[in-house]
Every structure is written in C-alpha cells, then in structure tokens.
Ligand binder design. Structure first.
Ligand code: SAJ
Length: 465
C-alpha cells in the first residue's frame, strides 16, 4: 500500500520526532495537537521541547514543506496516535487522551486507512481504541468482533525510545508490532520501514502492549534494587557507587544506578498498568514501585539531617540563614522534562518544609513553571555555588559534572547521583572520614571540601545518598 500522507496525533516527546522522521523521508506529514502554541512553534520550524538533534530535523522538514502542524484532524493514509496515557486515582490507566484522539480522527477516516497506537497502553487498549473508532464510524469495517475483511487496519506499535537519544533510537531500535490481525501487522511494518533500520518484529496487539509494560517494569525493578542498596549502604557506611562498580565486575551482574527516585512519565507510571489489572500476581512490580516512590522522602530527611548538623555545629546561625541549592529539577540528566520528577518533588518539599532559602538550578529551562515561582527561585549554577551552604545534587546534568571541586569548598554535599564519585579524595572521605585518609569533616585540608558519606560523624554531615 502507498503511504502518501501520514498524520501524527500528539506532537510531544514521541509524536514530534516520529513526524519529523517520516517527513525526513520526503513523505507528507501533518501533525495534530490541541496545543495551539506548540502548533505555531512547529510551523515556524522550531521545537517546544528539548531533545538533541530534533531542532535541526524539524527545521529542515518544515522548511522543505514536508511537515506542518494543525489543531484539526484531516484525511491521511496512516494515523499514528502518540498521546499521553497517565494514571488516574488508584493507579488505574487513564485512556481519555486515546479516546479523544480516536474521536478526533474518526470523522476523517476512510477505507484503506491504517491506525497505529504508539502510546504506552494497558493490555486491551488497542482493542478498546478499535471499538471507539467502530462506534464513531459504523459505515466502516474494523478489525474486531470476528470481522474477517476490515477496511481499516489497527495495530499497536509501542514507542521505546529513550528521551535524550530519541532521534538515534527511533531509527536504530527494533520495533514490536502487534496488529489486530496479521494483515494489520504487515501494513504497519511497511509503514515503519520508511525510516526504521532496526528489526520490525510482529506479534499480536495484546502481547505488544504487555511487552512495552514489561520493559519499563523490568527497568523499574532494577532501579529499585539499586535504590534499596543505597539505603543499606547508608546504614553500613559503605560507598554504594564503589559497591556497585565492584559487583558489576562479575560477568553476570549488571546493577543499575541509585538516584533520588524514579521520574518521567514512563517508568514511574507504566508498571502500575500491570499492577492495576493483575494486583494479586504483581507483587514484585508493586514493591519496586513503592521502593522507588519512597526514595525522595529519604533524600528529604537526609537534607534535614545535614541542616540540623550545621545548626548544631554553628549555634549562632539560624535555619533562615541557610541556603540549600537543589542541583537539577528534570527527571534525568540533560533533558528539560520536569514531569514526575523526583528532583522537583524534593525541591518543592524542602522549600515548604524548611525555613531555609531554597535555590533551584536547572540549566535546561529558561524559567520555572508558573505554579512553582512562589515556592523557590531559579538561579544559575554559578549563583548556587556562590551562595549555597548545602549542595543537594539531584540530577547528573553535563554542566554539574564539570563543576570544579574547588568550588565546593566549605559546603555540605548530599550527592544522590554520585556526580562527585570520581573525585578520589571525596571517595576516600566517603569511605572512612578518619585520620586514615587525613580527612575529617572539620579539616578542610583536601581541596577544602567538606564531604562525608553517611551518618553524622564528628558533627558535620554530607551524604552520598
Ligand atoms: N534512573 C535511575 N537509575 C538508573 C536508570 C534510571 O535512577 O540506573 C531513573 C532516571 O533518573 C529517571 C528514571 O529512572 O528518573 C527513568 O529514566 P530512564 O532513563 O530509565 O527511562 P525513561 O523514562 O527516560 O525512558 C524509558 C525507557 N525504557 C527503558 O529503558 C526500558 C525508554 O526506552 C522508553 O521508551 C520510555 O521509558 C518510555 O517512553 O516508555
């Protein structure tokens, strides 16, 4: 079949790069989004999100006339739905965006069209999408309820690209393609072949839905293991980064990294789609979610411990005089995405709980979302390093890894990401904090950095959380 015109519904972190990728192959692409500002930005050849190389791709596609955006659906040969699937109360999946997308394209659907659901979805969602389309267009035949000769094909092809590497992974990653029928799968493969170099593996819609949820649940369980280790190490005064790097020298061990918690709109969300539909069977998946969700609270308590230690050691100071720099707000390194970010959650909680001044640093955004502006202020890395008493490292952004250790002189550090793990003197200090390393929290002889690993030794605290 010929795909002359492709429509992508939802121009976010997945939809926009996918639309640009088809356009880069000289196919006519129209992207549909409810956000007028995003539509206007894209039509100027610009982008409204931060993603490496995407700006160039979109600019080229728009200027060459292959890509444009609109708020109204129009007829096309193939429709790709890439809208959010958050969860509602009790962690149940919210399919309202998929339903809205279905209702928006239904009036322009024609016999011979292909509809692909890319949004990460609970098992059964593609079937539900097909039902919504069939209800809206009783004049067309859809691949449900034993229909042997559907006029419209429907498939699930979950996006699997990593924010920060989207452009590369869209082309290189294998795709799992689950059609409502084998023909739906084959037609979808034909479409993705326009730009996907990875393998397109065919299965059915339900298995494709579950495959995507399994990938993210597997990563969540792995991170929960690392986060649990960080708590155990804290208790035993062991450097968790060193521990993991040693264990990972075993040929069959590959432990992930601890952090301040798990963020983003995928890994912190998708495992619940399994738990909510199979609650009795999903014990490990649920426990992992809870471990990762609890980590931000643990970090908040660590900062409070550090604050109390400062006040104990310097009774002339009051908590109001203390400045806490929260380094990073995004949910992970080198992106601007604040959704479900543990760093943001921690920063907001500290600014509410503590009388201190909270300075937030996020090099990837220009300004704070309006809802946060009254809670804390956004400052540059430079300003934070100049004024902070406590440096709380929350995201391992490129800029933070380049901080000169000498700039940390006299500050208390809580490093949830191991950003400073490669500074040998800090690591030595973390391990012992004793004379053995010629270091103590009150002795600033090693680059003058006050940095202890865990616990409150000698009255001053720094933590590698
Ligand atoms: N994180 C850790 N430790 C680690 C790895 C990650 O704390 O060792 C944290 C990150 O800091 C972040 C969160 O986990 O807060 C999630 O980050 P991530 O890089 O693991 O994943 P996402 O959410 O950016 O993208 C994931 C990817 N899924 C897998 O790797 C299995 C991606 O391929 C998916 O396309 C994406 O979810 C999605 O859209 O579902």
């Amino acid at each position: 079949m010929r795909f002359n015109k492709i429509s992508v519904i939802g121009l976010g972190y997945i939809g926009l790069p996918t639309a640009a990728m088809f356009a880069s192959r000289k196919l006519e692409v129209v992207g549909i989004d409810v956000n007028q500002k995003a539509v206007d930005t894209i039509n100027q050849g610009k982008i409204h999100i931060v993603e490496p190389d995407l700006d160039m791709l979109v600019q080229a596609a728009v200027h060459a006339g292959y890509l444009r955006a609109s708020t109204t659906a129009e007829a096309a040969d193939a429709f790709l739905i890439a809208v959010p699937t958050p969860f509602k109360e009790h962690h149940e999946p919210d399919l309202s965006y998929i339903q809205a997308a279905a209702l928006s394209i239904a009036p322009v659907l024609e016999a011979g069209n292909l509809v692909i659901l890319e949004s990460t979805s609970p098992v059964g969602a593609t079937e539900q999408l097909t039902k919504w389309l069939a209800q809206a267009r009783p004049d067309l035949r859809f691949p449900i309820e034993g229909e042997t000769n559907p006029e419209v094909s429907v498939a699930h092809c979950p996006e699997r690209v990593l924010p920060g590497k989207v452009v590369r992974e869209l082309v290189a990653n294998d795709r799992v393609i689950g059609g409502m029928t084998p023909t739906c799968s084959r037609r979808s493969v034909e479409l993705y072949r326009k730009f996907v170099v990875g393998e397109c593996v065919i299965t059915n819609a339900r298995t494709a839905e579950m495959a995507k949820l399994t990938e993210n649940a597997s990563r969540d369980v792995g991170i929960a293991f690392a986060n649990e280790l960080s708590l155990i190490c804290d208790k035993y005064d062991i450097d968790v980064w060193e521990l993991i790097s040693l264990a990972n020298r075993h040929p069959r061990v590959n432990i992930l990294e601890p952090g301040p918690g798990v963020g983003g709109h995928c890994i912190a969300v998708d495992p619940w789609f399994i738990v909510s539909s199979a609650p009795d069977e999903s014990k490990m998946i649920r426990t992992a979610r809870r471990i990762n969700d609890a980590k931000p609270h643990w970090v908040i308590n660590k900062v409070k411990d550090v604050l109390f230690s400062i006040l104990k050691a310097q009774p002339d100071r009051s908590a109001r005089d203390i400045k806490v720099a929260c380094m990073g707000l995004a949910f992970k390194a080198d992106i601007d995405d604040l959704r479900e970010s543990p760093a943001l959650e921690i920063t907001a909680a500290l600014s509410i709980d503590l009388p201190c001044t909270v300075l937030a640093v996020e090099p990837n955004i220009e300004e704070l979302p309006a809802s946060l502006r009254s809670e804390f202020s956004l400052v540059s890395t430079e300003e934070a390093l100049e004024h902070a008493d406590i440096i709380l490292m929350l995201v391992d952004h490129r800029e933070f890894k380049q901080i000169d250790p000498a700039r940390l002189m006299g500050r208390e550090i809580v490093d949830t990401r191991g950003v400073f793990r490669h500074y040998p003197h800090l690591n030595r200090a973390q391990r012992s904090g004793t004379e053995e390393t010629n270091w103590s929290p009150n002795n600033e002889s090693i680059n003058g950095i006050r940095y202890a690993s865990r616990g409150d030794k000698n009255g001053t605290t720094g933590v590698s959380a």
